[in-house]
Design a protein around this ligand. Structure first.
Ligand code: CP
Ligand code: NVA
Length: 308
């Protein structure tokens, strides 16, 4: 049984297998209506619980559709409608859920909810985002980069803005997939030292560069994310915007990256804040391929978890 909790907790070989399988499964159903089943039905007879303690469009819909395409059934649960947060322990919830379902995907706030769920569940648990990481997103991002540009190994990825949960999983991926990673943003919003150290020890070059123009020089991929994440207080919004404004991804900044550099954003985006519409809708942007690949990458993650 494999949990998919974080990119640095999954071996490079398994990560590579997942990406390759995602690409193969995507190719196998190219052009089919979304509601038609895959030829292979590896989740036939399986029940998957999708638990959300935070809002979601992509994660919710892509997991749900992915399970159905592979022949399984889903139930989408909101954390606040469950006994979670009403006094029942995560450990007991995990044990109970394991009697009903074959796989659990959870999006939550505190990472310990995820890790405790995995510790006590007797079925695989998938991280659908915590305050600290978002590994499923980065699997889709790696698949998307490689689809457009070939192997990501040795490439330069530049993260702009807040060193948040999505940034953290990108740093984990730098260590596991062997690409170089530059963070450009204000010091107050640097990524966690622990994660930077992990990637450096795995042999990746992790650079912190305050000047966004210098940071994007030679970039193969420029990435942005919201300036205010779901776990950030709304009262911090103005302060964060003031700090992050110099890091907006616009056409002038993209002009300093390699001419064939791609632009990615996990979405939802705040147009004209962290990124301009000209970049989002421009020729270097692959944001909707990225969103689509959540479906394919997570289907491969679920198969790996269940060993099917
Ligand atoms: N990128 C992402 O996880 O989107 P949702 O919050 O809509 O699931
Ligand atoms: N950093 C964002 C990602 C949303 C998919 C958040 O946590 O809100």
């Amino acid at each position: 049984m494999n949990h998919f909790l974080d990119i640095h907790k999954t071996s490079p070989e398994d990560l590579r297998h997942i990406i390759d399988q995602a690409a193969a499964m995507k190719a196998a159903r190219a052009g089919r209506p979304k509601g038609t089943p895959d030829d292979e039905q590896p989740l036939k007879g399986r029940m998957v619980a999708l638990i959300f303690e935070k809002p979601s469009t992509r994660t919710r819909v892509s997991f749900d559709v992915g399970v159905r395409q592979m022949g399984g059934e889903t139930m989408v649960l909101s954390g606040k409608d469950m006994q979670l947060g009403h006094g029942e322990t995560i450990a007991d919830t995990a044990r109970v859920m394991s009697r009903y379902v074959d796989l659990i995907m959870i999006r939550t706030f505190d990472e310990t909810v995820l890790t405790e769920m995995a510790e006590y569940a007797s079925v695989p648990v998938i991280n659908g985002l915590t305050d600290r990481t978002h590994p499923c997103q980065i699997m889709a991002d790696i698949q998307t980069f490689e689809e457009h540009r070939g192997p990501i190994k040795g490439k330069k990825v530049v993260w702009t803005g807040d060193g948040n949960n999505v940034c953290a999983s990108f740093i984990h991926a730098a260590g596991q997939f062997g690409f170089d990673f530059t963070f450009t943003g204000p010091k107050q919003l640097d990524p966690e030292d622990e994660f930077v150290g992990l990637a450096r020890r795995a042999g990746s070059t992790i650079t912190i560069e305050r000047d966004p123009v210098k940071a994007v020089e030679g970039a193969d991929l420029v990435v942005a994310d919201t300036w205010v994440s779901m776990h950030d207080s709304q009262s911090s919004k103005e302060r964060r915007h003031n700090m992050l404004r110099p890091y907006q991804v616009n056409e002038a900044l993209m002009a300093h990256a390699k001419p064939d550099a791609l632009f990615m954003h996990c979405l939802p985006a705040h147009r004209e804040e962290e990124v301009t519409s000209a970049v989002m809708d421009g020729p270097q942007s692959v944001i909707f391929d990225e969103a689509e690949n959540r479906l394919h990458a997570q289907k491969a993650v679920m198969r790996w978890c269940l060993g099917v």
